[in-house]
Write a new protein. Structure first.
Length: 158
């Protein structure tokens, strides 16, 4: 049995387009400013994708889903995440668990976290933890210019 760990990070700035929705971990955060991005801007799903790809030695999200590809314009990032999970499984790895942190000055995410946990755990078919924290006014994230997400995953190959 081989255990491998992977980590992922992503940051997106808030969009100036008022019609963009905030999507994090597959959950629409109603009433919040959306994040800019080629896809739906789900930085949490993207961080998790990179963690999974890293653990399996399969490169990174941009290699598999280029942000210059019109197919991924406005893409639902949970579908990209499901594709990444399939790639990781195809490489012989089973996901054991994932742990994620969302750093957001606003909005308050606590009430949305259980939905993210449920959505992401279902896609990974493994326990996923999501924690939300603030930037304490420090730096770009602290000035609420965007949202940053971190993810760590553990995978196993028999
Ligand atoms: Mg991203």
């Amino acid at each position: 049995m081989t255990l491998r760990v992977g980590q992922g990070f992503d940051v997106h700035r808030f969009s100036e387009d008022p019609s963009r929705r905030l999507v994090l971990g597959g959950v629409v955060v109603e009433g919040a400013e959306g994040l800019a991005g080629h896809s739906d801007g789900d930085a949490l799903a993207h961080a998790l994708c990179d963690a999974l790809l890293g653990a399996a030695g399969l490169g990174d999200l941009g290699q598999h889903f280029p942000d210059t590809d019109p197919r991924y314009a406005g893409a639902d990032s949970t579908l990209l995440l499901a594709e990444v999970v399939a790639l990781v499984a195809g490489a012989g790895y089973e996901v054991l668990n994932a742990d994620c942190t969302v750093v957001a000055e606003r909005p308050r995410l606590a009430t949305f976290v259980p939905g993210m946990v449920e959505a992401l755990s279902a896609i990974l078919d493994a326990p996923v933890s999501v924690k939300a924290t603030r930037g304490e006014g420090l730096g770009a994230i602290g000035r609420a210019e965007g949202i940053a997400c971190f993810a760590v995953v553990l995978v196993e190959r028999e």
